[in-house]
Design a protein around this ligand. Structure first.
Ligand SMILES: C[S@@+](CC[C@H](N)C(=O)[O-])C[C@H]1O[C@@H](n2cnc3c(N)ncnc32)[C@H](O)[C@@H]1O
Length: 443
């Protein structure tokens, strides 16, 4: 088998990322874009000792679950890799991803919480800007595994108004010949755009540039066109790194925060604060996590990795006291304001790393339930060690990366806990990512 070789084969099953799995010459081949049961021609793209990667060149016999891809850019953009299948198949792949990753544990498996709208659901877009070879301003998404920007005018999983704002800003930058960033030379001004929106129809725009610049004309132009824009920031990031946003924010227009409504509570959101990207299923996720926690009015609870306090304050409605811990300072400022905004008096927010701050809660009072909602890399080992030493009876682990959750659960199960119940939740439709809620109890 060699890279570039084309092979006529049949697809046996799916892997956890939704790739078609074929068996050729005693090797497993993961074929992007191929569906279970199909007869396909694939092209080998990457060879490893026991497995290979391939892309689908032609489908000879179609699966009944194959659909027309709703995005013209899907072959190039690395964002959505499940566009070629119906939603039912996508959900089965996600359930299977969770099941496979947790196969060494025995637990109750709940059905996946599906998404209401599988397109247009994202409330946050990050769009890089560049110039093409002809010198025209282009914007879009990074090509799979590269830093080349593919020019595309619309992302089908993103909010439609955000797509339009991006289009207007690109037109302005082009018309007024504003300098655009060039990654190779690390020169030029305008780098990237972040747009966030809430269910209350408030939009926040963050212009990312390499230096200070007077963007007042652009601000006037877009706020007239889009009155729903309530806040515009300039973020200055002169570094040539993968980290798009620096800590250097200047408010150019409107309010410091926009407001979100989650399960009837109001939340002020700053540009640096984490907010779930799918509002509808964020509410289902929180409802399910709180239901599975089986909270009681006399309980004391910790919400670790709490962001702007969106789960914390929803927990507060049901318990005696809740502590939220979060490392991003502006998120904690939001969380404290959100507490006041909602007249909640039984929540305390602590700014710092969970692994450090939880130690300060050890001798405070008995904790009945702890929620974890860490980033993709999962929890710090020392954080888990402290949780174990605190003998907390119940853990509700919200995970956006089931592989790191499985690693963390292994540590917990070796130390007197057992995995009881898991509910997957589809927050990221059309992509292979899957959120899950895992309930872990002291034996
Ligand atoms: C997946 S988000 C969850 C936020 C929140 N629970 C929500 O649903 O909006 C993870 C959060 O953990 C924070 N974080 C990352 N590492 C941390 C650490 N070591 N200690 C505390 N917070 C951390 C991030 O800033 C982010 O707000």
């Amino acid at each position: 088998m060699v890279v570039g070789q084309r092979i006529n084969t049949v697809v046996d099953s799916y892997d956890i990322n939704g790739y078609g799995v074929c068996h050729i010459d005693k090797k497993i081949v993961f074929a992007e874009g191929a569906m279970e049961g199909e007869s396909v021609i694939i092209e080998i793209t990457d060879i490893h000792k026991n497995f290979c990667f391939a892309k689908t060149i032609k489908v000879l016999e179609k699966s009944k679950n194959r659909i027309e891809e709703a995005c013209a850019f899907s072959k190039l953009c690395g964002g959505c890799n499940l566009l070629h299948m119906d939603y039912e198949t996508e959900l089965k792949i996600k359930e299977n991803r969770v099941r496979q990753t947790l196969r060494k544990f025995s637990y109750k498996e709940n059905p996946i919480i599906n998404n209401k709208d599988i397109y247009g659901y994202r409330n946050k877009v990050m769009i890089p800007f560049r110039k093409d070879e002809e010198g025209d301003v282009i914007y879009g998404f990074y090509e799979k595994m590269t830093h080349n920007v593919i020019s595309m005018d619309k992302c089908i999983i993103s909010n439609d108004i955000s797509n339009k704002i991006v289009f207007y800003i690109a037109r302005y930058l082009s018309l007024f010949n504003i300098s655009i960033y060039d990654e190779t030379s690390n020169k030029g001004l305008f780098k990237e755009l972040m747009i966030r929106n809430t269910i209350l129809d408030e939009y926040m725009v963050v212009l990312v540039a390499t230096r200070k610049y007077d963007f007042s004309d652009l601000v006037n132009f877009i706020t007239k066109e889009f009155p729903m824009i309530k806040s515009i920031y300039l973020n200055i990031n002169p570094e040539n790194t993968n980290v798009v946003l620096s800590n250097d924010y200047t408010l150019l227009y409107g309010m410091e925060t926009i407001t979100e409504d989650i399960l009837g509570l109001k939340f002020n959101v700053s540009p640096a604060s984490f907010m779930q990207v799918n509002h509808y299923n964020c509410e289902r996720l929180y409802e399910e996590a709180i239901k599975l926690a089986d909270l009681k009015p006399n309980y004391n609870v910790i919400d670790a990795y709490c962001g702007m306090g969106s789960i914390t304050l929803n927990i507060a409605k049901n318990v005696n006291h809740v502590y939220g811990i979060e490392v991003v300072e502006s998120a904690i400022v939001n969380a404290n304001n959100n507490k006041k905004l909602n007249n909640i008096y039984n929540a305390d927010f602590i700014c710092g790393k969970c692994e450090d701050e939880i130690k300060k809660l050890v001798s405070k009072e008995k904790i009945d339930v702890i929620f974890f909602d860490p980033p993709r890399k999962g929890c710090d080992k020392s954080f888990l060690d402290t949780v174990i030493s605190m003998n907390i009876p119940k853990i509700v682990y919200i995970s956006c990366n089931i592989a790191t959750a499985a690693r963390d659960i292994e540590i917990l199960t070796k130390n007197g806990y057992e995995l009881k119940e898991v509910t997957p939740c589809d927050l990221f439709s059309r992509t292979a990512h899957c959120e899950s809620i895992l309930v872990i109890e002291k034996k």
